[in-house]
Design a protein around this ligand. Structure first.
Ligand code: CP
Ligand code: NVA
Length: 310
């Protein structure tokens, strides 16, 4: 039962709840495409706090709450008193008096945990340095559409930086029983605690979660390959150094020769062509990658509907 709950991490969801979100997203997508009204959050208001930039998260949450019959408020931390040092715990208690839900994108994950602790309305993680659950739930919907519902029969590879996307892929794969191999340089592995938690979550579903330093080994016979930027928001100063370190981890035509014949490539976007992905691979998979971008809308509508509806 997701009603009234926060969505901070896929780890905190049960296996059934992960499937419930994906199924609900697929239903809401079909309803929207068929023009069937679904104003499940009539009159509700979502506050959207951004301490980092965004294109997809901002637009898809704002359009999503609107399509559900509610209103979204864009709250840049530059404009909020939060940006001038008002404590997050006070912000949480004030916003809880006005709003029906809060989405927050920030740096340290502990800021989201603190906000959720003090808010008495659902809090949704719109990305932290540690996790990006909305994107990975979206990617699971996209995989379901392109590769079918039987996640347990699929093999996924993630190649690149062990970042917030990687951490959330580990949690997501564990919950749906999909095998996932992560290839990163050894100093850029996914978060160790997340990896341990995900391996323990995977005992329920039988997902095999592994790490390798070798991208070719990871991609071997994979049905899905995902990558992400080599320098996440907040790591801009390391960009040039990272470009050199991650060069062997580029998702390119040569690497994909090792994958399964009909493999798809996912990218959460924004993409940096010529770095983590070549223009050729990106454009060959553009039909999947832009479905993935669209699916943020449907998945987040499901998350809002399930957590915020009366
Ligand atoms: N993928 C993603 O979260 O995109 P934005 O940074 O544009 O929101
Ligand atoms: N890892 C990236 C994801 C962007 C959606 C970042 O945190 O910048």
């Amino acid at each position: 039962m997701l009603k009234g709950r926060d969505l901070l991490s896929i780890h905190e969801l049960s296996v059934d709840e992960v499937h419930e979100i994906i199924e609900c997203a697929a239903k809401l997508k079909a309803m929207q495409k068929a023009g069937v009204p679904h104003r499940i959050l009539e009159g509700k208001t979502l506050g959207m706090i951004f301490e980092k930039s965004s294109t997809r998260t901002r637009v898809s949450f704002e359009v999503g709450i609107f399509q559900l019959g509610g209103t979204g408020l864009f709250l840049s931390s530059k404009d909020l008193q939060l940006g001038r040092g008002e404590p997050i715990k006070d912000t949480a208690r004030v916003l809880s008096r006005y709003l029906d839900g809060i989405m927050i994108r920030t740096f340290g994950h502990e800021r989201i945990v603190e906000l959720a602790k003090y808010a008495d309305i659902p809090v949704i993680n719109g990305l932290s340095d540690l996790l990006h659950p909305c994107q990975v739930l979206t990617d699971l919907l996209t995989i379901r559409e392109h590769k079918g519902k039987n996640f347990r029969a699929l093999k996924m590879a993630y190649v690149g930086d062990g970042n917030n996307m990687t951490n959330s892929y580990l949690y997501g794969a564990a919950k749906v029983g999909m095998n996932l191999t992560v290839a990163t340089p050894k100093d850029y592995k996914p978060n160790a605690e997340v990896f341990e938690n995900a391996i323990s979550d995977a005992e329920e579903t039988g997902a095999e979660l592994t790490w390798t330093e070798n991208p070719v080994d990871a991609v071997k016979d994979a049905d899905i390959i995902a990558t992400d930027t080599w320098a996440s928001m907040g790591q801009e100063a390391e960009h040039d150094e990272r470009k050199k370190i991650f060069a062997p981890y580029q998702v390119n035509g040569e690497l994909l020769k090792n994958a399964s014949k009909n493999a798809i490539v996912l990218h959460c976007l924004p993409a940096y062509r010529g770095e983590e992905i070549t223009d050729e691979v990106f454009e060959n998979n553009a039909h999947v990658i832009f479905d993935e971008a669209e699916n943020r809308l449907h998945t987040q509508k499901a998350i809002m509907a399930l957590t915020m509806a009366d």
